[in-house]
Design a protein around this ligand. Sequence first.
Ligand code: MN
Length: 503
Amino acid sequence: MSTKPLAQHEIWFVPGSHALYGDSALAQVDIDAREIAGALDQAEEIPVRVLAKPVVISSEAIRRVCAEANDAEACVGVVVWMHTFSPAKTWIAGLSALAKPLLHLHTQFRAELPWSEIDMDYMNLHQSAHGDREFGFIATRMGLARKTVVGHWGAEATRLRIGAWARAACGWREAQQLSVARFGDNMRHVAVTEGDKVAAEMQLGVAVNGYGVGDLVAAVSAVSDTEIDALIGEYEAAYELVPSLRADGERRDSLREAARIEGGLRAFLSAGGFGAFTDTFEDLHGLAQLPGIAAQRLMADGFGFAGEGDWKTAALVRILKVMATGLPGGTSFMEDYTYDLSSDEPLVLGAHMLEICPSIAAERPRCEIHPLSIGGREDPVRLVFDAAPGPAIVVAMLDLGDRFRLLVNEIDTVVAPQPLPKLPVARALWKPKPDFETAAEAWLAAGGPHHTVFSAALDAETITDFATIAGLECLLIDADTRIRDFRNELRWNHAYYRLAQGF
Ligand code: MN
């Protein structure tokens, strides 16, 4: 039995060759390819199953394996590798039909060149250097989006890069079937959380539909006392409850109300098959509290969430949580809130009104109740904690009107230099790369929003792989970013994406 975290998904390993070399060479290609696929299947760096496919040499066989990959529910992507030369016109029909993510693995069966033994038979059999160039040409000539990974298949670095792509492919699969429930509309007058939902479904597959808050209120009202008792039991086991929320506390009823909201949300989301949701504090009619602990715990269980009607970020939270399955470190909805500019290395304090996922917590969260200064409802219950220190990324998606843009900033989450005893919300404190001034200037120049997905589990490579698969523009702000180059990248991308859209 496989212990792979995304074992329900598989990638297909398809080796290419040529009839020219004879049956014994082809048999050897098949044996070698199965050994590579088997090793990748065992590799812990790759979170999905790797399925060996028979060596393909004809246009018809390649077209057929690509069509089978399209139809196979479990297949999230196809890895191709040329053991020998493989004339690339035989790949045109198959690649034209392939609708699954593509990775071109440029490896070689043997790592070492057999200096004293090498002859022309060896040269003919082990010519990935040659055959993969022919493949790269046709893929580029056809304009195919793909990831190219170079390195010996036994090397950890090679496997990590294949693993990142496999995670991105699982995220893409999730996007294709993701349904986002939007309770209420957008926060009034806010621009960046808006966007083209039809375009999102066409490009990403993500379906975003609105529901009246009254529909949610009906589900909340239907939650039984027994269900509430069970949820309260979970809260008491997992969190440090402040005295007022404990069994004899004066705010115990508020905790029960928060649990009722969680129960209603869970019932609504599971009945509708939703993987993500949004709400807005401006439209809570009939709900006693803005969902705080409910949104936090649903995120911890893998649901996407974002506030103020921000369906793009809610969808992204869900997609990134799927990609991060099994990795250490959490993934959460996040918002750039305030800064500490007092030192040479300024800090960003990220938080939200309530809704930060406890998967990123450094310690056991405290369960607290405080007033919310906006929204006009009863005091909401929330989990309060600090994010664990370490490397992370923040990722955002914005709608430029003619396209979606992904934006990624590599950051280092740090321990707060001082306690924050009066801040009643979960938070993360970080230093952005390459430095605060460059990162913030680049983010603003790119039109980056205040809402993001924070992930201590994923790296930028996985996000850029996802962007390649989805055909999304992706801008990376990392240790190598220089503002002058970044501004040029924005200009060039603008021209490229306008041209690439055609008429
Ligand atoms: Mn917000």
